[in-house]
Design a protein around this ligand. Sequence first.
Ligand SMILES: N[C@@H](CCC(=O)N[C@@H](CS)C(=O)NCC(=O)O)C(=O)O
Length: 211
Amino acid sequence: MQLIGMLDSPYVRRVAISLQLLGLPFTHESVSVFRGFDRFRSINPVVKAPSLICEDGSVLMDSILILEYAEAHADKTRSLVPADLPGLRHSLYLIGLAMAANEKSVQIVYEQKLRPADKLHQPWLSRITGQLSAAYDALEVEFAKRRETVTSENIDQATVSTAVAWNFTREMLPELVSEQTYPALAALSKVAEALPEFKAAPFGDGTYVSR
Ligand SMILES: N[C@@H](CCC(=O)N[C@@H](CS)C(=O)NCC(=O)O)C(=O)O
């Protein structure tokens, strides 16, 4: 399998980390949806990161769908989502919050970097900034309750997605999420970013190389 997209995307990064945790070998091509538009379009005409080129050549897109495929593909002894219904429901609730944090962060970045300054619509920016805070407020409540130290063996998708989202927002919009306001998320991030699977797929324009 080949993962296409840059690791500065939280969607690409959560897939790169999850594939490792699920024991699925893959190669990675770091292609920008902006600077590498033509190259990306030659792989996936829709130009969405992440894209995953599967064993039979079919191309999947959207991190949620790619991870659904990865879970089905992986050895049944390792899953990043709980098997029991209450556990799964809670995990999906948290993943939804992390995905909303990603989406709102990306929207804010696009507003700031892509839209001409005189076209900026402040009410929209205020709205999505409020939504971003609401997602992190709820995640902080959850992770403040957790006591177990995160390891490569016990980490779940809710934790991977939350840690990746937090790191992305801190890298791109540090003024919006302070470590003082979100101490549990800041602490989680430190532990998660030290795991080998996170270190092998660092935020930025690098390429994942299998260990
Ligand atoms: N819901 C999608 C979101 C993916 C997404 O929006 N990726 C961005 C990069 S961070 C992208 O492809 N942007 C280019 C575009 O939408 O044209 C997922 O989970 O993969």
